[in-house]
Design a protein around this ligand. Structure first.
Ligand SMILES: Cc1ncc(COP(=O)(O)O)c(C=O)c1O
Length: 372
């Protein structure tokens, strides 16, 4: 049996009948790029309803972070507390603004440890950038308390966490800005690059909205030197369509996660539990295991895809060669983490095969499988 990590071809087959006419319509309209393009305007309206907040669509999750931080005034010399076990873009955006990333360690579930945040605060600290890694919500209650106490801005990197919640509240709506990616690999995905910012204030929304379109107020008048970071009409159309089916996808991912958690052999495999106030959407399902690389090779021989998100934490990348930073949990986890398939097109047979194969590797053969 073959188990792909993702299956875009299957997703297209599933959607083709309904989505192709939408794509054709957009192509025939000639309305391709522009902040007033029909599907873009419609998408922003829907995001506004979904988040009850102030959205701005942009060209990628990376741009969402850059413009989001620009919008709330992060500038040269500011310190931004964040984690190192993220996609490189989270930290890159801090660096490109001339600010300084201050890395703190993470909890067993890979998310930022709120207790470490407080220890890292200095006079220069301006903001906390949390990353809701794998679609698991950070403890936003504790984090917002710290931010309030020290008067810090909060940026939520929600690139992997559309629809995730903490204490029933959507990730992205706690901080000053929530920054999302709609890259094809995400649960809520387009067919090209894309993203959006959710701003807490209308003023910030209005500023970012101009920034993403060359700072323009009107066709020929600019208020700022901005960027070219518009979401195109075609991606917006695809996202408008996929927003309708997203609930089902999240439900399926959560069911797969539950099945893995119930059936993987706990003696060898650590699956961080879903804590009481969390509602996680499982962009990734990450197990933490001994002999990770050997297991990965074993799975490959059994035709099961797996990935490592991320094998080298950012503070150990070449750019930080001269700085000695020690993050024990982050570094330990980077040697044990493995992302196993969790996409919504997996069949029950495939999911069982993944569980049996991993359990077999650790020697728990023929154990009874608990149902969904
Ligand atoms: C945690 C995190 N932050 C930021 C990004 C950047 O998003 P994009 O690829 O849309 O620029 C990603 C995307 O992979 C991500 O996973």
């Amino acid at each position: 049996m073959r188990v792909n990590y993702l299956n875009f071809t299957h997703q297209w087959k599933e959607e083709r009948k309904k989505l192709l006419p939408i794509i054709t319509n957009i192509l025939e309209s000639g309305d391709y790029v522009g902040v007033k393009a029909r599907e873009v305007v419609k998408f922003e309206k829907r995001l506004k309803n979904f988040f009850s907040s102030y959205p701005v669509t942009v060209n990628s999750g990376t741009d969402a972070l850059t413009l989001g931080m620009f919008g709330i005034g992060i500038k040269k010399g500011d310190e931004v507390i964040t984690t190192s076990n993220s996609y490189i873009a989270s930290t890159a955006t801090i660096i490109h603004l001339g600010a300084k990333p201050i890395f703190v360690d993470v909890l067993p579930d890979q998310n930022i440890d709120p207790k470490e945040i407080e220890k890292a605060i200095t006079k220069k600290t301006k903001a906390i950038m949390v990353v809701h890694l794998t679609g698991r919500s950070c403890n936003m209650r504790m984090i917002m308390k710290i931010a309030k106490k020290f008067n810090l801005k909060v940026i939520e990197d929600c690139a992997q966490a559309f629809g995730s919640r903490f204490d029933k509240k959507l990730c992205g709506t706690f901080g000053d800005v929530g920054c999302f990616s709609t890259h094809p690999l995400k649960n809520f995905n387009g067919m090209g690059d894309g993203g959006f910012v959710i701003a807490k204030s209308k003023k910030v929304q209005s500023y970012i909205s101009k920034l993403r379109n060359h700072g323009l107020r009107s066709r020929d008048e600019a208020d700022h030197f901005g960027y070219n970071s518009r979401l195109d009409n075609l991606q917006a159309g695809i996202l408008n369509f996929r927003l309708n089916t997203l609930n089902g996808i999240i439900k399926k991912r959560r069911a797969i996660a539950k099945f893995y958690r119930n059936n993987l052999d706990k003696r060898f495999i650590f699956c961080p539990p879903e804590k009481k106030l969390e509602f996680n959407t499982y962009h990734l399902f990450v197990i933490q295991v001994p002999e990770r690389d050997k297991l990965k090779r074993y799975l490959k021989n059994k035709n099961i895809d797996s990935f490592i998100h991320y094998p080298r934490p950012i503070h150990l990348q070449n750019m930080f060669k001269k700085v000695k930073i020690k993050l024990k949990n982050t570094e330990d986890q980077s040697k044990r983490i493995l992302s196993i398939p969790t996409h919504h097109n997996l069949s029950k047979k495939q999911i069982k095969y993944v569980v049996e194969t991993i359990n077999d590797y650790y020697g728990k053969k023929n154990s009874p499988i608990r149902s969904f």
